[in-house]
Design a protein around this ligand. Structure first.
Ligand SMILES: [Zn+2]
Length: 336
């Protein structure tokens, strides 16, 4: 039975107010999705190309993704750092966005779960002053700090400071994730909360992004217990159905592979964000459930691929939308 107080529902009901969908049954306060009252909601910027841009950065062993909606909303999912390409352990996707993409502020920031490899860039968080912030807010400080090295504590202190500061619920109708506010892109987010909190991987925010008949699924470090929990929710199943691009759970490792997910979709392409030392890689298992897609090499040439990895392919860049000439959906993927 689905509890009325399942935090997974809280967020969706409060944040998105899907008036046109079946989830708009109750209005209630949501503890996970909050905004900083000092920020203002940015207005629609006209004249943008009608495509959704998605980048999974090469952040070595870590995770960091960027989403730009067709109307220019700027969203970051996870805050890993480092780069094989630049042979740097300090490459910051946030500073790269600011300095090279002209991104001065974020509309929405998501930490899938507060593990170091997902928050390394958090010290730069305020340089892009996100309007709203989503994280698994039900986790206790002591659970988050379990096994954290002293040298990494400043990252976590910053995370806690932000967590405390983003404490206002999002005003009705203003959510960045509402399709009407972000150029028609539908975001759905889910936060598993019933598994043991000794492994906070199983509390990772999952985001489904739908636009122009295509779908991207961001999965954090969820492992089998939380996938089982999420698949008990029919709304979750609908949200993941027919996913085209999968960001593999837990860096593409065996512990995150959950075969029941693939009853509901077979992605065209699976993206794996991990370091080159990975002895439990499930890449072959993902290859077996992935349909394959033609990807473009930025230096020239096309190739059919099933899995792409940030360790070998650099930043994975995805554009999707509706083609201007024949009005058909397209998904374009480029790698190094
Ligand atoms: Zn991780």
């Amino acid at each position: 039975m689905i509890s009325l107080y399942n935090p997974l529902k809280f967020w969706r009901i409060n944040s998105s107010h899907f008036h046109t969908t079946i989830v708009n049954l109750f209005i209630m306060y949501c503890p996970n999705f909050t905004y900083n009252s000092n920020c203002i909601i940015l207005s629609w910027s006209m004249g943008e190309k009608m495509t959704l841009e998605f980048i999974c950065w090469d952040v070595q062993h870590g995770s960091a993704s960027y989403i730009k909606t067709p109307n220019g909303k700027q969203i970051v999912y996870d805050f890993g750092t480092g780069s094989y390409q630049e042979n740097s352990s300090v490459f910051s996707p946030l500073l790269h966005l600011k300095n090279n993409y002209g991104v001065n502020s974020l509309d929405f920031a998501i930490v899938s779960h507060p593990h170091k490899d997902h928050i390394d860039d958090i010290l730069n968080f305020d340089k892009l002053s996100p309007t709203t912030f989503l994280r698994p807010r039900h986790l206790e400080r002591s659970e988050i700090l379990n096994n954290v090295k002293d040298t990494d504590k400043p990252l976590f202190e910053k995370y806690f400071e932000i967590n405390d500061r983003y404490n206002q619920s999002v005003p009705e109708g203003t959510s960045t994730l509402l399709a009407k506010n972000n150029g028609g892109v539908e975001f759905q987010t889910f936060i598993p909360s019933n598994c043991s909190q000794s492994n906070i991987n199983n509390h990772s925010v999952v985001v489904s992004i739908s636009y122009a008949n295509s779908k991207i699924l961001l999965t954090g470090d969820n492992e089998a217990p939380s996938w089982k929990e999420l698949l008990e929710d029919p709304q979750f199943i609908e949200a993941i159905r027919d996913t085209d691009i999968l960001l593999a759970p837990h860096h593409g490792r065996d512990s995150g592979f959950y075969s029941d997910l693939f009853k509901y979709f077979n992605p065209r392409l699976t993206i794996i964000s991990d370091s080159d030392v990975c002895d439990t890689s499930a890449t072959d298992r993902y290859r077996a459930v992935t349909k394959g897609w033609t990807i473009h090499h930025r230096k020239g040439g096309d190739e059919t691929r099933y899995c792409v990895t940030t360790r070998n392919d650099g930043p994975i860049k995805v554009s999707l939308g509706i083609r201007e000439d024949d009005k058909k959906p397209f998904i374009s993927v480029s790698i190094d």
